[in-house]
Design a protein around this ligand. Structure first.
Ligand code: PLP
Length: 434
């Protein structure tokens, strides 16, 4: 589709002249899969339409926020009403209190919460808070987990446990990442070694409880248990990055799933974003009261934001939370998502394509691998060329999945069983040609 009536292509050419790479966030550029990014004109329910008028079943959902689907009437009404009352005040509002109360009610590990505008900002602030609260510098993260693009987090593993991370981005001085230790996800032995070596200097261990930025990889229950125990033993804070999983995999976030399996389990700080804004720029971090009270203006850890707790964003978030709290919401979403995951597996098996899939709530992952991977290195064993053919085959058939093999997928409440069936029919055709 590179003829001159392709508006996606002409828009991409215009975009590239004025925006680096033509996009405002790298993964949108289709660099990994090749081809022309689709410029989206509008979306409704489970569908998006591009600049050529082509319709797609949307499994990206703005990378997670659109759990109700696009254009949910109650959400739109709340946003429109809030906009009329004022776009931003730089002064407190009742809606911020309401949203904070709603979040705390749903996530019992959090006693207090602060609202910000992006997941990156929330993650960066959580680390500053953890460092301020513990008086320690070192942070521990896992390879393949993404916590936003703060300098100290753009790190890959060094060689061995004694060496700290290497920056993965230009513009990050080595001094800035010298306190970041990167370990392998789900590796209990390495985790124990790292705490034995550095435990007394670690301010926090930050993790995605179900990693959604290396496709979809669950932390094992045993690994989760050891993360919690070691943090407690060494006085480090456990920071759960639920920007993607919060209100996505369950009403209480991924932590509620682990708490059901590990008695007394709770993180010390939780980072949220995506679904809590319902599509508007809104994110949050919160946790134990004694920790949260160290934030300015109460405490010595500085953190601020001109648009934090924005009145239109909080209206959008509150309206979204109201819908997802309805009885049966996650049961229906979870069963629809499971039917997609199991359907993909069955369709691939018919064509003798190795594929395994997993899902939780409205989040799923599938891999062109014979077994579910447990860490980043295993995820990256996927045949990239094969994935790219699958991606474009689906896109040509009106099914829009993430344009990279290391991203999770999302089903919304607007996806109907006919949409899943149409997706599986498209997948069956593409698998035949893989
Ligand atoms: C998306 C994401 C972030 C970053 O959020 P932004 O709003 O894009 O800054 C952080 N952590 C996780 C787990 C995410 O999925």
């Amino acid at each position: 589709m590179t003829h001159n009536t392709d508006r996606n292509l002409s828009l991409f050419e215009r975009a590239r002249a004025v925006i680096p790479g033509g996009v405002n966030s790298p993964v949108r550029a289709f660099k990994a899969v090749g081809g022309t990014p689709r410029f989206i004109e509008r979306a409704q329910g489970a569908y998006m339409w591009d600049a050529n008028g082509q319709r797609y079943i949307d499994y990206i959902g703005s990378w997670g926020p659109m759990i109700l689907g696009h254009g949910h009437p109650a959400v739109l009404e709340a946003v429109q009403k809030a906009a009329v009352d004022g776009l931003s005040f730089g002064a407190p509002t009742e809606r911020e209190v309401e949203l904070a109360e709603a979040i705390l009610e749903l996530v019992p590990s959090m006693d207090m919460v602060r609202l910000v505008s992006s997941g990156t900002e929330a993650g960066m602030s959580a680390i500053r808070l953890a460092r301020g609260a513990t008086g320690r510098s070192k942070i521990l993260k896992f390879e393949g987990c993404y916590h936003g693009h703060a300098d100290a987090l753009l790190v890959k593993a060094g060689s061995g446990l004694a060496t700290f991370g290497n920056a993965t981005s230009a513009g990050v001085p080595p001094e800035v990442v010298q306190h970041t230790l990167v370990l392998e996800y789900n590796n209990v032995v390495q985790l124990e070694e790292a705490f034995a070596l550095h435990g007394k200097d670690i301010a926090c261990l930050m993790m995605e409880p179900i990693a959604g930025n290396m496709n979809f990889v669950r932390a094992s229950v045993e690994f989760t248990r050891r993360c919690r125990e070691l943090c407690t033993q060494y006085g480090a804070l456990l920071v759960y990055d639920e920007v993607m999983t919060g209100f996505r995999v369950a009403l209480g976030g991924a932590q509620s799933l682990y708490a059901a399996q590990i008695p007394g389990f709770a993180p010390d700080i939780t980072v949220m974003g995506k679904v809590i804004g319902g599509g508007m720029p809104l994110a949050a971090f919160g946790g134990r009261r004694d920790i949260m009270e160290q934030l300015a203006p109460m405490g010595a850890v500085y953190q601020a934001g001109t648009l934090s707790g924005n009145p239109v964003a909080t209206a959008c978030g509150l309206a979204t939370l109201r819908e997802i709290r309805r009885p049966g919401f996650y049961e229906a979403l979870g069963s629809r998502t499971r039917s997609l995951a199991s359907g993909l597996q069955a369709a691939a098996a018919e064509a003798s394509v190795p594929l395994c899939a997993d899902s939780e709530g409205g989040m799923f992952g599938f891999f062109l691998l014979p077994e579910l991977p447990q860490n980043y290195a295993e995820v990256m064993r996927t045949d990239g060329q094969r994935f790219n053919r699958l991606f474009h085959g689906l896109l040509d058939r009106g099914v829009y999945i993430a344009p990279a093999l290391y991203e999770a997928g999302f089903v919304s409440a607007a996806h109907q069983s006919e949409d899943i069936a149409a997706t599986l029919a498209a997948a069956r055709e593409v698998f035949q040609s893989l």
